[in-house]
Write a new protein. Structure first.
Length: 219
């Protein structure tokens, strides 16, 4: 199940696999978790006359295909921002793709870009909610919206975390990463046409970068 390019970690007594495809797999619950696909973003820019590659959406779905084939999950959790903009051809592509996995449960923790009604997402075969509580974890899109009384460890997206590697001659390289602090963790944006936000981890926190399609522990 785990390859040389993955990284297996333990969180709150549970085992997870971090993958260079920018997803994580919860081994104990056989759950595939990913965030921030932003499907439809390329179509949104193309409508505005900005030339961007049209194959990004298919590439995103192909990566999910490979992860489902490899891990054979019982369910898939999308941690928000599944879609980016108004409905376009990419909405229909996802709808058709979903029929390939009609028996596989898929849950969407809705994000700030997921502005369609729950009924519209449910028509795609998704279970819609704001947060997903699965003790000892809470999964959501934006960890800052979780009530302070929640004692679960929160795993979310939204930030699109990255770290900056510095080389000689002032060279810098920004790479997407997984981040795990004391109270919450962040997944990198799964979508292939998304920006990133640099984070500054503190001592004792864990960061795993994606370098040359391989997971590398940074700190």
């Amino acid at each position: 199940m785990i390859s040389k390019k993955d990284f297996q970690i333990e969180l709150i007594g549970q085992e997870f696999i971090l993958t260079p495809e920018k997803a994580m797999f919860w081994i104990n619950q056989r759950t595939l978790i990913l965030s921030d696909l932003h499907l439809g973003k390329t179509g949104h820019f193309q409508k505005s006359g900005i030339p961007v590659p049209s194959g990004v959406n298919n590439e995103n779905l192909n990566r999910i295909d490979s992860l489902i084939e490899r891990f054979k999950p019982n369910q898939v959790l999308f941690l928000g921002d599944l879609f980016h903009s108004d409905k376009n051809i990419e909405w229909e592509l996802f709808k058709n793709w979903r029929t390939n996995y009609s028996s596989l449960e898929m849950i969407l923790a809705m994000g700030n870009h997921d502005f369609y009604s729950p009924e519209e997402y449910e028509a795609l075969g998704l279970i819609c909610t704001s947060i997903i509580d699965s003790v000892p974890f809470t999964f959501c899109h934006d960890y800052t919206l979780i009530d302070s009384s929640n004692k679960n460890y929160t795993i979310s997206g939204h930030i699109h975390p990255s770290v900056i590697l510095k080389g000689k001659a002032r060279q810098k390289l920004r790479i997407p990463c997984f981040y795990f602090g004391e109270q919450f963790g962040l997944l990198p944006a799964f979508g292939g046409f998304t920006g990133t936000h640099p984070i500054t981890p503190k001592s004792g926190e864990q960061v795993y970068g994606i370098v040359n399609q391989e997971i590398v522990r940074m700190i």
